[in-house]
Every structure is written in C-alpha cells, then in structure tokens.
Design a protein around this ligand. Sequence first.
Ligand code: SF4
Length: 284
Amino acid sequence: MMVLPADFQFSQASLQDFVACPRRFQLRYLMGLRWPAVPAEPIEEHERRMRLGTEFHRLVQRYLLGVPEERITRCIRDPELQNWWLSFLSHDPVAHYGGDDSAAKVRSELSLVGRVAGYRLVAKYDVVIVVPRKQAVILDWKTSHRPPTVPWLRRRLQTRVYPYVLVQAGALLNGRVPVQPRQVEMVYWYPGFPDQTVRLPYSASQYALDDEYLGSQVEMIAACGEGDFALAEDEKSCKYCAYRSYCGRGDRAGNIDDADAELDFDLDPDDFDFDLEQIAEIEF
Ligand code: SF4
C-alpha cells in the first residue's frame, strides 16, 4: 500500500534524504521522527557550527531588510562569525551578482512552490536577485568549514531543485513573464572561502533533465509501500546520520572534523532549518 500522502510537499532536503537513504526519508518525513540523535560529535562543536550558520543567514537577512551595517556589526560576539560578516561586507556578493542593477529585485528568505509529478515542490532561497527579463541569480550561503568542491555541489539536489522551481514559479519577480532557464544562475557563496565562489549556470536542457530526474524520484517515492524504504547501501552515510539507532548501524556519531566532502553530510542550515509549516508561499 502506498504511504505518501497526496498533499505531501517535497523540498531539496527531503529529496536529498531519499537519494542518500530511502529509510531516512521514511523515518524523517513519513514517520515524523525529527531529531533522534546528534549527527556528529563533539556535540558542542556540532551545535556551535549549526548556530553560527543560522546566525550568519539571519545577519544577512537583516542587512538586506535595511538594518544598518554598524548596528549588526556591534551585535556580533563570535570571532568566526565576525570574520564571515566582514568577508560578506567587503565582497558584497549581492551587489556583485546583479543586486546593484537599478531594475533588480532582491528577495531574501524567499519561498517558492513549484510542481513535480503532481506534488508540490518547495524551495526556500537565501537570496534571489532578478533583473526582470534579463537575469535571475540564486545566491546560497554555505557556512561549512571546508572549501567548496564543484562535483559535490553539482550532485546536491539543491543545485537541481532551486533553479527548477525558480523557472516554474518566478514570473512575478520577472516582470510577470516566465523565467527562462538560460536567465538563471545558481551561485554558492562561502563566507569562509570568499574567493572560491561556485557559479553554476542553468539551461533549457538542464531543466528538461531535472524535470525527468526529479519526476522519476518523486514517482519512485509515491510507489513505495511501507516496507519498501531500503537502508543506505553505503554505510558511510550512517556514520553522520541521526537515525543510527533505528537501523542498528552503530551508536556513536562520527567526528565532525573527519566528515569528508564526498559524504552526504553538511552543516548547512538549509538542510535542517526547514519548517514547511512556516512557508509564506508564492505558488506556481
Ligand atoms: S542510519 Fe543509515 S540506514 Fe539508517 S536512516 Fe541513517 S543513513 Fe539510512
């Protein structure tokens, strides 16, 4: 018997979980088990990094809402966060990627809703900069402690879902005409590595590939019965997974500094701080 509710909302985070481990998708999104254990140790360091990532996102959001720079700077206590913030101010990625165009619409913490295989697909963007009928840049802050690797970012579902949903649902920002895939660029910006920005242009052919791929993943999930959500084949994923005890895959979390870039593990708030209930949406 199928277990996916007809009104289920997909996101890059839930699809990423399914691709990494179908069982994790089931435990987290269908059974509603949110935080059974810490995914990495030491716990304090894991929590500190998560908190810093979330705070950085908030600082930038406040800045883009018009809170004066000095006021924000005065409130920062953590030296690492301070460095990230100063790096943001000196590189000014929002202006650099189109925000200084007089016609640009800059939106932070924007949620858009598209559709895939009959289901809603939600994307929550750090920043979207649209110069109507010209360009549409998705800026994403990555606060992990390792430099970006392009192959890893290309494999992330976020890289596929964010441009895909913007093409489907971005018309209101684009002078009320549909966003063309060739207008779109996904930019990953690391405050800890500001000179290693990753730019991934989008295209009509990539949109078609994403449509097929995302549709096939959603159809696969929709066809699953309760006993069909398999455990991850590669047990490396389990080391940093909060559901280890449910699967008999060890009771110790992996060390945070050993997580290599190839693992499906990231300390980015985008992957965790995602509450579908709170979305003020613009729907496709
Ligand atoms: S512990 Fe391993 S098998 Fe279990 S949900 Fe996590 S990744 Fe999947």
